[in-house]
Structures are given as C-alpha cells and as structure tokens.
Write a protein that binds this ligand. Structure first.
Ligand SMILES: C[S@@+](CC[C@H](N)C(=O)[O-])C[C@H]1O[C@@H](n2cnc3c(N)ncnc32)[C@H](O)[C@@H]1O
Length: 403
C-alpha cells in the first residue's frame, strides 16, 4: 500500500466521529492488516531519478506537472494548518514523546558505541552512509577529501569520522564551512568545540561563511577540489512554512553551484532540502541528474516525520557545468519520476500528521493498555532501526576529540 492510500484511510478515520471503543476496534483492524502507525510512520523512502515508464496519465506535459504540483502544495499546506490546530496540550505532549523517542535513540547510540556527540543529524548521515554504502565508491589507495557545507556544530563530522574509522580502511582529510559564529550571531555556535580543536580545518572564507554570497561561493569553488561534499543547511521557516521551498531556494542553488565546481570526477554530493515543487527546484534536480550517474531522493528513517526535509544523494559526478535547462525541455519521463517522488514524500508527511491528529482526538479516552502498546511499538521500531545501522564501537584513539 502506498502513502496516498494510507493517507486516504486516515482522512476517512478523521471524518468520522468515533467513540473510544469504535476507535480501538478500527485501530486493531488496521494493526492487523499492518496498515497504520509506527511501522509506516518510520519507514524510509528512496526514489532514483530515472526515465522509467511510469504510466501516470495525469501528467502528459510540463503544464500538467505545474498544476499537479500546485494541488500537492495546497493539500500539504491545508494538512499542516490542521495539524497545527490540534489540541495544543496533546500536541505538546506528543511532541515531547517524539522528542524523547529521538532522545532515546541518540542516547542509546552514543552510550553503546562510544560515539561522539550523537544528534539526529549524526544518525541521519550515518544511516545514509550505511544504506547507500557510500564509502565503497572510493579507492582505498587514495586520500579521500571531504568538504562539509553549513556544518556547525558538526555532528556530520563526528558521524563521518566514526563510520570511516570503524568500517573502512580509508585515509581521509576534511574541511568545513558554516556561518562564522564570531561574526554571525544568527548561526549555530561551536557547541562541541570542533572549531577550537580543528581551527585549520574550518574555513569561514573571505566574508562570514555565508554560502548565499557569490564571493564566498567563488572562494570555496576555487580553493577546494574534493571527493565527497555533505551539506545539511536550511533556513528555519517554522513560522512561515508556506514559504519553505521558496525561502530555501537560494541556499539550494548555492550548494549545487559549489558542489559542481568543487567535486572531482567520480565524486559524491549529499545534501538536505525540502519539497521539490517549484520550477527552479525541478530544473536544478534535472541538472544534477545530467551531472551525476545516479541521483536519489531519500527520506531517511531517522528524519523527523513531521518535517518536509529530504536528502538528495548524487553519486559519481560526470559533468560539472552549471547549465540550467528550462522545465519545458526536460523529458516528461523525468518530470513524472520527480513528481512521483514528491507525491509519496508529501503523502507520507501528511499521513504522519494525520496519525498525530487522530491520536490527539482520541488520546484522552484511550485505555492505558492501548497507549502503552502505541508507545511500545515506537520503541520496538526504533530498536530494530538501531540494529539495522550495524554500528561498531570506536577506539579511543580514533575519536576526534580526546577526553
Ligand atoms: C542544521 S544545522 C547543521 C547541522 C550539521 N549537520 C551539524 O551537525 O553541524 C545548519 C547549519 O547551517 C548554518 N547556515 C545557515 N545558513 C547558512 C548559510 N547561508 N551559509 C552557511 N551556513 C549556513 C547554520 O548556522 C547551521 O550551523
């Protein structure tokens, strides 16, 4: 069952006014058919951008894409408004529960495998490395060069070090940039002490590290040639989610420009972004498709389910020209593929929001036993997820910061 169908089930449930008993019966039926709650909420999603013969007859031209994307956008915004409007007391509790689930996950990983500074970002990039076998693409006889864009406080750096040191024989060197915390009060601080300890590795450029400024893009593009680029930035728009993709477009374009300039042939580029509904986003994704051998759109399992964030994984760079093709000249099969990826990611997000609204609606009247089952399901899914990461403990000498 895909997320569009799952979302429809939750819409149907939401339209009904059930008693607690009726709700429990529905819940049990859905559980038995394995359709609802934790498993589906925490599933990772992956799409490869490719010309396949998806027979979606709604989309025959780029004009169809534009109107379908508008519809998706409007649905998502309505869903987010409904989600924001749910009973505040429940929402607050539920957020705490979800937060604590992520907190349990990061604490367990940190304690059990001697990892440094495990945050959700740490787990997300570790999950991507493991699932996509990222380091198998690099020749162990060469020094691997890595550049981190927008990397403070530096959880990606700790996760990368942990993975390389415990699971590969690669030798590597790294540099990172971010908003300079000494100049830009609006950026993240050096909370883990990485800048203090590795001041030569952090390069804040000629200005303030802001990658939306052409002078900075030019500086990094000319100074570094690397094999792997990671970028985890986004502008916080929690107070105006309507503008999320638009507000982040400039960062989205800047990191793509930098990556195409800085990556060696065969290089890999992994970055965070949000929905891909705007014309310019689609044109840039097509540029990546033309520039790399494989491009994937991914929602990691460890990514927060009430967020639109997704990761784009571009493997094996072949071309580096920043040459934007107008959407009307992009093959329709590619447009359909991008649409399908977007559609599923968005339906998954709306499904998770609906589950939250449903629980909020019935929570107070649910017996303790059902609440416990719901909580235990989450823990069970999370424990299995941690096992699937195959994390190995790191030697003290291989840690980035010695204590
Ligand atoms: C989500 S955090 C980074 C998470 C990262 N994986 C880590 O663990 O450090 C985003 C970072 O991007 C930085 N940032 C935001 N806008 C930026 C910009 N225009 N140029 C450079 N850095 C930026 C923020 O200050 C923050 O440090």
């Amino acid at each position: 069952m895909n997320y569009k169908e799952l979302y429809t089930i939750t819409e149907d449930l939401l339209s009904k006014s059930l008693t607690a008993d009726e709700f429990i019966k529905h819940y049990n039926d859905l559980q038995q058919s394995n359709n609802i709650f934790a498993d589906n909420e925490y599933k990772p999603l992956t799409y490869r951008i490719q010309c396949n013969d998806d027979n979606n007859d709604d989309i025959m031209s780029y004009n169809d894409i534009v109107s379908c994307n508008d519809k998706l956008y409007n649905m998502l915004m309505n869903n987010i408004i409904n989600h924001d409007n749910i009973d505040r007391s429940y929402n607050r509790d539920n957020k705490l529960q979800n937060k604590s689930l992520h907190k349990i996950m990061t604490t367990l990983i940190q304690q059990n495998y001697k990892c440094e500074h495990v945050t959700t970002a740490w787990v997300k990039i570790y999950e991507i490395y493991e699932r996509f076998n990222i380091f198998s693409y690099f020749n162990p006889n060469n020094l691997l060069k890595i550049f981190f864009i927008c990397e403070l406080p530096g959880a990606f750096i700790f996760a990368t070090n942990h993975f390389i040191r415990t699971k590969t024989h690669l030798k590597y060197d790294w540099n990172a940039e971010s908003l300079n915390p000494n100049i830009r009060g609006d950026g993240f601080k050096d909370m883990f002490g990485l800048v203090r300890r590795y001041k030569d590795n952090y390069d804040f450029g000629p200005l303030d590290g802001d990658i939306t400024k052409e002078e900075n893009i030019y500086y990094y593009s000319n100074k570094y040639k690397v094999d792997l680029i990671l970028s985890d930035c986004g502008i916080d728009v929690s107070d105006k989610l309507y503008e999320q993709e638009k507000e982040n477009l400039i960062i989205f374009k800047s990191k793509i420009k930098m990556a195409l300039n800085m990556l060696n042939n065969g290089g890999i580029f992994i970055f965070k972004t949000h929905t891909l509904l705007m014309k310019s986003s689609i044109e840039h994704l097509y540029l990546l498709y033309k520039s790399f051998k494989d491009v994937y759109i991914v929602k990691p399992q460890s990514s927060k389910k009430y967020s639109n964030e997704i990761y784009i994984i571009c493997i094996n760079k072949e071309y580096g020209d920043y040459n934007i093709i107008n959407i009307s000249d992009i093959p329709i099969e590619i447009l359909k593929c991008i649409y399908k990826a977007n559609e599923n990611m968005i339906y998954k997000h709306m499904y998770s929001n609906n589950i939250n609204i449903i629980k909020g609606k019935y929570w107070d009247n649910l017996p303790e036993q059902i609440i416990n089952i719901i909580q235990m399901e989450k823990i069970y899914v999370m424990e299995n997820f941690i096992k699937s990461l195959n994390i190995v403990s790191i030697n003290d000498n291989d840690r980035l910061i010695q204590y």
